[in-house]
Design a protein around this ligand. Structure first.
Ligand code: GUN
Length: 280
């Protein structure tokens, strides 16, 4: 079994990006800038944002985190986004999710200029991706895609089963694999006979947020299994895949942590640099 080392692949990508930022700096006298907006004090979001900031600094990006208390008004956030949209030193804007209940997520996502939408959540980017046009691709599915492509160049005709239908992961993941000519099935927590669906798959991407849902006897021999889950349980952080069981059957599997997570951050930096390049 191949243990897919997302941490290592992400470090390689970050090295390349660091060089690219340095070249861009020599050419333009400017560096790409990433601004992250964080509302509230949810512990996981705090941790993710700190990791994003650190990674951005390491590759030489200009990075800024704007923090608001949980009580911040929607209007304040929308005005800040408007300001960031106009700021030429800001290449990419990311508003960390989830948001407090009184703030309309869709309004916030739509307020970000599609050209600075490093998350790829704006309807313009979602639409472009689903039409097969050039677009900014959400970081986590992009990271999963790069890991899969590293293992297998030609995905044409492969059967991919995605467990989870979120806008963040499942849906964009399906678009990326469709573009590669995979036959894609999107399943979710209400899918009947989920086990049988998974057993058909050459590639499984589990992004449903249910601890260790995908069992060893759900996986075809020699399937590639990508685990997007990060679930807090009594025995610590586990993915959506029962790692020990599935590792005995799969051809390749991502660990949690150290699989998809580091790739998400590397892809965020990649998207920020892409936005900068388009703007200059
Ligand atoms: N919260 C969890 N994952 C993500 C992500 O990819 N982007 C944003 N903005 N918030 C998140």
């Amino acid at each position: 079994m191949i243990l897919i080392d997302g941490k290592k692949v992400a470090a390689e990508i970050r090295e390349e990006l660091k060089k690219e930022v340095s070249d861009l700096k020599s050419k333009t006298n400017k560096v790409p800038g990433l601004t992250v907006v964080l509302i509230g004090d949810m512990a996981p979001s705090q941790i993710y944002v700190r990791m994003k900031e650190k990674a951005a600094n390491e590759v030489g990006l200009k990075s800024e985190v704007i923090r608001y208390p949980d009580s911040a008004e929607e209007k304040t956030v929308l005005e800040k986004i408007d300001e960031l949209n106009k700021d030429k030193s800001v290449s990419g804007i990311l508003v960390q999710l989830p948001l407090p209940k009184h703030i309309d997520k869709q309004k916030v996502i739509e307020a970000i200029s599609p050209t600075k939408d490093v998350d790829g959540f704006h309807p313009a980017n979602v639409g472009n991706l689903s039409s097969g046009y050039e677009s900014i691709v959400p970081c986590t599915p992009l990271g999963c895609y790069l890991l899969i492509k590293k293992l297998e160049k030609n995905l044409s005709g492969k059967k991919a089963v995605i467990v989870g239908r979120s806008n963040l992961n499942g849906k964009p993941m399906a678009q990326l694999l469709l573009k590669e000519n995979c036959t894609v099935t999107i399943t979710h927590s209400k899918t009947k006979d989920l086990k049988d669906e998974c057993l058909e798959a050459d590639i499984i991407v589990a992004a449903v947020g249910i601890p260790e849902l995908v069992k060893g006897d759900w996986v075809k021999k020699d399937a590639i299994v990508i685990d997007v889950g990060i679930n807090k349980t009594d025995k610590g952080i586990v993915g959506d895949v029962a790692f020990d069981e599935v590792s005995k059957v799969a051809k390749a599997l991502t660990p949690v942590p150290g699989g998809v997570g580091p790739m998400t951050i590397a892809c965020l930096l990649k998207n920020t640099i892409e936005c900068f390049k388009k703007a200059h």
